[in-house]
Design a binder for this molecule. Structure first.
Ligand code: NDP
Ligand code: MG
Length: 414
């Protein structure tokens, strides 16, 4: 495990000498709200340079007031008036539209928390990274869409990418700075989601309500649907490959329904270290916010005796073909992960809008990858701009393809 210094919130800020300046991208989401909860508990330890949201002006204004942010930016340009009005009488600066989001992302800060959902997080996160800002990465789509340019840029600018995704955070802690050459295997655990014990036929017919009921984690809708089909674990394997510079063959997934062990590292001498915690995102978020100083969180403490038994299963690629697809995409490399990510976002949207069935998500993503391989769209993007260009092309195609299947698709699903 990484060496740690246990500290109360105030001693942690004292250890740093001044409050740590944070930019919070995706401040109104599930990760964003958990981050705000921790920031509010330690007003002396942190100051907030900017908060960013997507469309919900009222929610963003509440968050901005709660953490006394200097600037609030909302991606939806038409929400400017509502945000301005909701923040009237405060000193909080207001901006709207994609440029304002970038303006927020590049504000002077010690740490940028990247918690926007989907490829919408790529441009602002990258803008911060390119300036050498340390980034706490919850948004896994950044590394799936543009992993190679992100890692190259982090190396060039000296920016640190701190893993906030719970499995990657556990692995980061379990690694404890060990020499990568001594690592034989990295294992990500997966809860198995709501369909862990369902038949393939039942999973194919799953409704949005069923897919949105996660047994262990309360998360935003996109990642919850990704988790139900284990596409989330597939995205996380690609994320781990980039974050830890580990070969695809050394990466593993084990299903662990209790979500207590989050990640494991197996070393060349047979030792295995693991990261454990109660399933509460405030644990990995706090680890990143304070790093390398440990903060105090109100997260439930792990009581292994009360839990009694931890169980583990092999993932079932037959019932969860998205995991196999993501592994193939990781092995295929190039621009395939960019394609997978974009097609998946549109397919999940279409599923939630009841335009396609649950099994239509992975089917569409596989078709999009095949098409991109054939026509050259899947060649490796050499920059984030190129990756976002591919992302845009694939989204447009996926929207067209899934709109076209709507009429016939829904008939076969009923
Ligand atoms: P949510 O859907 O709960 O929140 C998404 C956030 O992104 C909201 O603040 C939303 O604003 C904002 N947003 C959406 N679109 C845009 C845009 N175009 N520009 C700017 N902001 C935008 O998602 P989660 O918090 O669940 O997940 C966030 C990321 O973290 C995802 O990448 C996910 O995979 C990852 N993650 C999440 C975990 C979790 O426990 N939730 C665990 C590990 C990783 P608005 O509210 O206005 O729409
Ligand atoms: Mg995770």
């Amino acid at each position: 495990m990484a060496t740690s210094t246990k500290a109360t919130p105030s001693s942690s800020s004292a250890a740093r000498g001044r409050p740590r300046r944070i930019v919070l991208l995706g401040a109104t989401g599930s990760v964003g709200r958990s981050t705000v909860d921790l920031l509010e508990r330690d007003p002396e330890g942190f100051s907030v340079a900017a908060v960013v949201g997507g469309r919900d002006a009222a929610a963003l204004a509440r968050v901005a007031r709660a953490v006394n942010a200097e600037f609030a930016a909302i991606s939806d340009a038409s929400a400017y008036g509502a945000l301005k009005e909701a923040l009237a009488g405060t000193n909080i600066g207001v901006g709207a539209g994609p440029e304002a989001v970038i303006e927020a992302a590049v504000r002077e800060a010690d740490l940028v928390v990247s918690a926007i959902v989907g490829a919408a997080g790529v441009a602002p996160t990258y803008a911060a990274l390119a300036l050498g800002r340390d980034v706490a990465l919850a948004n896994k789509e950044c590394l799936v869409c543009a992993g190679i340019p992100f890692i190259k840029t982090a190396k060039r600018t000296g920016a640190r990418l701190l893993p906030m995704d719970s499995e990657h955070n556990a692995i980061f802690q379990a690694l404890g700075g060990a020499d990568a050459a001594t690592v034989e295997r990295m294992t990500l655990t997966a809860s198995g989601g709501p369909f862990r014990t369902w038949s393939r036929e039942a999973i194919a017919r799953a409704t949005p309500e069923q897919a949105l009921t996660h047994p262990n984690w309360a998360m935003g809708p996109k990642i919850t649907v990704d988790s139900a089909g284990m596409m989330n674990k597939g995205l996380e394997l690609i994320e781990a490959h980039h974050l830890f510079a580990v070969a695809a063959e050394k990466l593993d997934v084990v299903v662990h329904p209790q979500s207590v062990v989050h990640g494991l590292v197996s070393f060349s001498d047979g030792s295995v270290t693991a990261g454990l915690a109660a399933p509460d995102m405030r644990v990995p978020i706090a680890h990143c916010l304070g790093y390398p100083v440990r903060l105090e969180t109100p997260a439930p403490r792990l009581d292994l005796a009360a839990i009694g038994a931890l169980t583990f299963e092999k993932p079932d690629f037959e019932r969860f073909p998205a995991l196999r697809l993501a592994l193939d995409v990781l092995a295929g490399g190039g621009g395939l992960p960019t394609v997978l990510n974009a097609a998946n976002e549109i397919a999940v949207e279409s599923f939630l809008a009841r335009r396609i069935g649950f099994d239509g998500i992975v089917r569409h993503v596989a078709e999009a990858c095949e098409a991109a391989l054939k026509d050259g769209t899947a060649r490796e993007p050499s920059s984030v701009e190129e990756a976002l260009h591919v992302d845009h092309i694939v989204r447009e195609r996926s929207r067209g393809a899934l709109a076209a299947t709507t009429a016939s698709g829904m008939l076969t699903l009923q």
